[in-house]
Design a protein around this ligand. Structure first.
Ligand code: ZN
Length: 151
């Protein structure tokens, strides 16, 4: 099997069966994000305990890439600290935008997002949830930040 097929299968799987999809009871922040270019909309629910993302879920609707990316992201960041999640954001952003960025094994399934590089018009679909997350994590008051837009 080619690596490309593997990436495609991960994206299709996470679009078909999104992980951590739905409302989150006791969320400390519910941040909306949208990508007007494609029409993707999502709401990221975060429960932050101390410095850690204790739980995370998402809702909304979008294209296959935006849904799969959000699903993969929630799996990857649950239980991580703010700093760890932001570091991951930086690495995924590089994967999506830098042709020289090589996905290393520590990224796990997130490596599949590097496949999106071949479709520049879809990069914002994949990065929407990550920008929404980063905005929430960088805000001193994530419970009251305005909606995030990729435009
Ligand atoms: Zn999209």
């Amino acid at each position: 099997m080619e690596l490309k097929d593997l990436y495609r299968d991960v994206i299709l799987d996470h679009n078909r069966t999104p992980r951590n999809f739905g409302p989150l009871e006791g969320a400390s922040a519910n941040v909306e994000g949208s990508n007007p270019l494609c029409g993707d909309r999502l709401t990221l629910h975060l429960r932050i305990a101390g410095d850690r993302i204790a739980d995370v879920k998402f809702e909304g609707h979008g294209c296959a890439i935006s849904t799969a990316s959000a699903s993969l992201m929630t799996e990857a960041i649950k239980g991580r600290t703010r700093a760890e999640a932001l570091e991951l954001f930086g690495r995924v952003h590089a994967l999506l935008t830098d042709d020289a960025a090589v996905p290393d094994e520590s990224l796990g399934k997130l490596a599949a997002l590097s496949g999106v590089r071949e479709f520049p018009a879809r990069v914002k679909c994949a990065s929407l949830c990550w920008h929404t997350l980063a905005t929430a994590l960088r805000s001193p008051a994530p419970e009251s930040i305005p909606a995030v837009s990729t435009e």
